[in-house]
Write a protein that binds this ligand. Structure first.
Ligand SMILES: NC(=O)c1ccc[n+]([C@@H]2O[C@H](COP(=O)([O-])OP(=O)(O)OC[C@H]3O[C@@H](n4cnc5c(N)ncnc54)[C@H](O)[C@@H]3O)[C@@H](O)[C@H]2O)c1
Ligand SMILES: O=CCCC(=O)O
Length: 500
């Protein structure tokens, strides 16, 4: 099979590439068993390198170190934690090209997207460096005479963090930022497909002066389920924050029941994107493209069901296809001008193909793309648009997580809201309309955690990120992000004399 010409740019700072080691207690360690697993470049399928295949015993040690570190870290001044996070942010920005090179290498996304991810990821460290000194409690008027009440917010303890490959840097900084701001320590399980970005972040954490044991990165591929079980069942882990699929989220929730941990789950999506007849067509087309094809459709907030009202359906489909056809180029993420890279692995491509074939079999019509691109490599697929999609097709019922846009025709507002809300999941939703009353109605009616109104871009470190229904619970980023990592303690003082 032909492979893409693909030259990986050298890192300016080679010490950011950590091979065969994980990061525990401020040290670079191997798995006790000596076992490793391979990580491959999704663009060329060439070997990038190997990392430790850790087992429960290795991760147990990381938890012990994080527990020991918590004793001191919980008592550090919030202002000092803010400074550490700020230094880590600065180091990410100073090393942004190298971090982007690593992201493109192991994830495949084009350099411009990888750089945007580094900015986004570092932004969480900056944001939570600013939140750390403002984790306030309350002074509450009591209902009992002579009492006085205050609350304080205390760090929950050691946190386990599990994140996916689609944003190798941003998904983990969105968790570590608030955890450290609150005074927690963390054991983060790096994604098996993209561990090298996490390890580079570990190196920068160390340079930022974050004390040993506060941030630990463990690595595993085949042993992931066993490590997941340990992180859920270990009594010293007080909090689990997971980003990934709904099925794995449900499993982790079940496994965590014996220790009743605090949980946050950022799970799968199946975002509806609705274009009403009264929308500005150009704005709607641009928004649909931004939402659907960002990172080749591999984000949890990508539009997955595009509902277009009958009056503008044909016009929308034509303009959408023209823009996608003329505006984008698929290829190696390092190639100048490339806007879309490979998918993460062949299973992802197979799911895309299944959704296309299923749609065709049920009457859908491919108006753009529809094929793999074997000349580039085995993980490449064309950006694809299908018209005539219906609710019975797999593409409407499941998250594709790939570059296929299915256009569904609808007649009325009532009908489309009902259809949009049939999904079990509810992460993001989008709609395009210029009717002010409809804008409020629809925004309130959609059963999702985040709504984009006349925009396809909703991600922002300042915005609460999270879902409802089977998309999970908890909010990341924003002023609410720290809440997931603190416990509120109420202090009631009795027998206080009335004011003199
Ligand atoms: N809501 C969000 O913020 C958000 C963000 C990104 C991705 N996602 C979702 O993630 C999914 C895509 O990522 P994926 O396919 O890698 O998901 P996944 O659930 O298979 O894997 C996510 C992470 O969980 C780990 N994992 C898998 N099985 C595990 C187990 N038994 N115990 C412990 N850890 C386990 C993986 O190694 C990976 O690090 C999509 O459904 C997407 O919508 C959600
Ligand atoms: O894939 C999920 C996260 C995407 C984002 O934060 O914009």
């Amino acid at each position: 099979m032909a492979m893409s010409s693909h030259t990986v740019p050298p890192l300016k700072d080679k010490s950011l590439f950590k091979e065969n080691v994980a990061f525990v207690n401020g040290k670079w360690v191997k798995a006790k068993s000596g076992k490793t697993f391979e990580v491959h470049d999704p663009a060329s399928m060439k070997l990038i390198g190997t990392v430790p295949e850790m087992e429960q015993t290795d991760v147990n040690e990381a938890i012990d170190h994080a527990s020991a570190a918590f004793k001191d870290f919980r008592n550090t001044l919030a202002r000092d934690r803010a400074r550490m996070l700020r230094r880590w942010y600065d180091l990410m920005m100073e090393n942004k090209e190298d971090l982007a090179t690593l992201i493109t290498w192991e994830n495949g996304k084009p350099t411009a997207d990888a750089l945007a991810e580094v900015n986004y990821a570092a932004g969480f460290l900056e944001w939570f460096s600013e939140e750390a000194p403002r984790i306030y409690g309350d002074n509450i008027p009591p209902s009992v005479a002579g009492n006085r009440m205050v609350t304080v917010k205390q760090p929950v303890g050691v946190c386990a963090l599990i994140t996916p490959w689609n944003f190798p840097a941003a998904m983990v900084t969105r968790k570590i930022g608030p955890a450290l701001a609150a005074g927690c320590t963390v054991v983060a399980k790096a994604p098996g497909e993209t561990p090298f970005t996490s390890l580079a972040l570990g190196e920068l954490a160390q340079r930022a002066g974050i004390p040993p044991g506060v941030v630990n990165f463990v690595t595993a591929l085949d042993h992931t389920p066993a490590i997941g079980t340990l992180l859920c069942e270990h009594p010293s882990i007080k909090k689990l924050s997971f980003t990934g699929s709904t099925n794995v989220g449900k499993l982790l929730m079940k496994q965590s029941s014996s220790t009743l941990k605090k949980l946050s789950f950022e799970l799968g999506g199946n975002a509806p994107l609705i274009v009403f007849d009264d929308a500005d067509l150009d704005v709607a087309v641009a928004g649909a493209i931004a939402s659907k094809f960002r990172t080749s459709g591999q984000t949890c907030v990508c539009a997955n069901r595009i509902y277009v009202q009958s009056g503008i359906y044909d016009q929308f489909a034509q303009k959408f296809a023209e823009k996608v056809k003329s505006g984008f180029k698929t290829g190696s993420g390092y190639t100048e001008g490339v806007t879309h890279g490979p998918l993460i692995h062949s299973r992802a491509v197979a799911k895309v193909e299944h959704h296309i074939q299923d749609a065709i079999a049920k009457g859908g019509k491919v108006i753009l793309g529809g094929q793999r691109i074997p000349d580039l490599g085995e993980n490449y697929h064309q950006l694809t648009i299908i018209t005539g999609v219906t609710g019975e097709m797999a593409i409407a019922g499941e998250e594709t997580f790939g570059p296929v846009a299915g256009l569904i025709k609808f007649e009325t507002e009532e009908e489309v809201i009902k259809a949009a809300n049939t999904a079990d999941v509810g992460l993001a939703g989008y709609f395009f309309s210029n009717d002010a009353r409809r804008v409020w109605r629809v925004a309130e009616a959609l059963e999702v955690g985040m709504v984009g109104i006349n925009t396809g871009v909703i991600s922002d470190v300042a915005a609460p990120f999270g879902g409802v229904k089977w998309s999970g619970f908890g909010r990341e980023g924003s002023k609410y992000g720290v809440d997931e990592y603190v416990a509120i303690k109420t202090m009631t003082f009795g027998g206080v004399h009335p004011a003199i």
